[in-house]
Write a protein that binds this ligand. Structure first.
Ligand SMILES: C[S@@+](CC[C@H](N)C(=O)[O-])C[C@H]1O[C@@H](n2cnc3c(N)ncnc32)[C@H](O)[C@@H]1O
Length: 223
């Protein structure tokens, strides 16, 4: 007789695979629910400092570089894709970066409900998803409501930076921003020379420039 026949009454059913508990990356990564009804920029970071937001921060190249090179500014990354957001946060955790935090969720919810009015000195929106297909275009981040949200959180004198390789989307972004009564267009910073893989602002900028795409850059100031 086989030993298994003695020990088990019936067929051996494999145990269901257990989900790993989500890795705790707090306070560097928190979900939009975790942060509660509001983010207080004075207490959300280790030290109060001027605040900049990176909307759709992806895997966080800008967050990492900006927060390490500008320690006197706090950076809040907003990312709807938790896998990317967690990947971005892991780099910050390794350095215990005091001035950078990532919130996972829809940036529009954070801009409309969680951040106080006029709480941000700069908003960065690099390579927002273009949603190529006509039927999906209305999913694009930039529309009248989104620009109103930018006007809500950016303080007078503050800036909005937005870059994309998608020319027709840039025309839309520029039209919305240039025509908003609370923003004025400024000349954007010139493209930097890139000799190394790290000489880019974001992962998408690196990918698109290395593939030879022209990058359209916009800069606006809040009146
Ligand atoms: C094309 S990627 C660009 C990532 C990064 N900014 C860069 O330049 O490398 C666009 C990012 O925006 C994120 N995203 C899209 N809609 C969003 C939303 N409503 N709230 C937060 N993130 C969003 C996507 O998940 C994606 O990571």
């Amino acid at each position: 007789m086989n030993v298994d026949d003695v020990i088990f009454d019936g067929p051996v059913v494999p145990e269901p695979r257990r989900r790993q508990p989500a890795e705790d990356l707090s306070p560097w990564f928190q979900t939009v629910e975790d942060v509660g009804p509001a983010i207080d920029p004075q207490t959300f970071f280790t030290t109060p400092a001027p605040l900049e937001v990176d909307i759709g921060c992806g895997r966080g190249m800008f967050m990492f570089k900006a927060s390490t090179t500008r320690p006197d500014t706090n950076f809040l990354g907003l990312e709807i894709d938790f896998k990317e957001a967690r990947r971005a946060a892991r780099r910050l955790v390794r350095r215990k970066q005091p001035n950078a935090r990532i919130v996972g969720g829809d940036a529009r919810e954070v801009l409309s409900k969680k951040l106080p009015e006029a709480s941000v000195t700069a908003a960065h929106v690099y390579f927002p998803d273009p949603w190529w297909k006509k039927k999906h275009m209305r999913r694009r981040l930039f529309n009248d409501q989104f620009v109103d949200l930018l006007a809500r959180i950016v303080m007078p004198g503050g800036h909005v930076h937005s870059w994309t390789d998608v020319e027709d989307y840039f025309v839309v972004i520029k039209g919305l921003m240039d025509n908003h009564p609370l923003f004025v267009a400024l000349p954007p910073a010139p493209e930097n020379e890139a000799e190394h893989d790290d000489d880019y602002h974001t992962s998408f900028e690196r990918r698109k420039r290395q593939d030879g795409w022209v990058i359209h850059r916009g800069l606006w100031q809040r009146r």
